[in-house]
Design a binder for this molecule. Structure first.
Ligand SMILES: [Zn+2]
Length: 287
């Protein structure tokens, strides 16, 4: 009991120190300033976020444990995310759907986001496992494939993206918001059994992996992440992912993370003007 109480006091002290440090010198020795003290300069109505529906109706990605194509899950979740973003004031949120098959279709997605001058790109997917890790079962009279070992979301960014720091920042916000709603990421991409699909975990708290080669992440000119919202080959998680409750939870996390990111990236108008002048000066030829 003594140990626990001591530990509790230590945690409180650390938290209090953190709050004082975050509040800045003026607040030291006084009451901690509220966290929301910084004004939110995000202009939601102008912030262009693209929600990319992974795969196409003809090449629909993974097949769930009950035989449903991934594309159906992606379309349903992405549609809700778009609607929830607009409801939250992100009027410029755009759903990106293409019927063009890969590889051309993947480049087309990035090009469309680039031509829109989007400020954030989020690809919506649902996860499976490599074929050698799948088992078979009978469902509704059909032989289907499943793997119950690796439930959870996963977030991917590419180091080759034009704004790698922005991609990682959004990935971290997204992981934090998903976890705040009780969801957990899957750590299985780090396992040797994943073979060439093994990935480097670059944020072990938020669940952000590095996947440089993903075309939609490396060809986009704006911060970009790919979200695997959960495993549809996991027989239990598939049922959750198909439910309105889970979609609402994931969508709320995405909307909150977009809000976090927009606020973090927003600058006062004066600061933007100064940056523009500096750029012009740098671009001028030496005399
Ligand atoms: Zn996919």
């Amino acid at each position: 009991m003594v140990g626990l109480r001591h530990a509790g006091r230590t945690v409180c002290a650390v938290l209090a120190l953190g709050l004082i440090a975050a509040a800045g010198p003026a607040a030291r020795g006084e009451q901690p300033a509220p966290v929301a003290a910084k004004p939110d300069l995000c202009q939601r109505a102008k912030f262009r976020v693209v929600i990319d529906v992974g795969h196409t109706i003809d090449v629909p990605g993974a097949i769930s444990a009950r035989g449903i194509p991934e594309y159906a899950f992606n379309l349903q979740l992405a549609t809700q995310v778009k609607q929830d973003l607009v409801a939250a004031g992100f009027d410029e949120a755009t759903l990106l759907i293409t019927a063009t098959a890969p590889w051309r279709g993947l480049f087309e997605r990035a090009q469309r986001a680039n031509s829109m001058h989007a400020e954030l790109f989020i690809a919506i997917h649902h996860d499976s496992v490599p074929d050698n890790l799948l088992q078979t079962w009978q469902y509704a009279g059909q032989q289907e494939h499943y793997n119950d070992d690796y439930p959870g979301y996963a977030i991917f960014i590419s180091n080759d993206n034009a704004d790698r720091a922005g991609s990682l920042l959004f990935g971290r916000f997204l992981g934090k918001e998903l976890q705040a709603r009780g969801l957990q990421y899957t750590p299985h991409y780090t396992l040797p059994l994943m073979g060439h699909r093994r990935r480097e975990l670059i944020d072990a708290k938020a669940g952000v992996y590095r996947y440089d080669q993903l075309i939609v992440l490396r060809e986009t000119h704006m911060p970009a992440v790919l979200l695997e919202a959960g495993s549809i080959v996991n027989r239990q998680e598939e049922l959750q992912l198909a439910s309105p409750e889970r979609r609402t939870l994931t969508s709320a996390a995405i909307v909150a993370a977009v809000g976090d990111f927009c606020a973090a990236r927003a600058k006062p108008v004066e600061a933007k003007a100064t940056t523009a002048v500096k750029r012009v000066n740098l671009a001028a030829p030496p005399r």
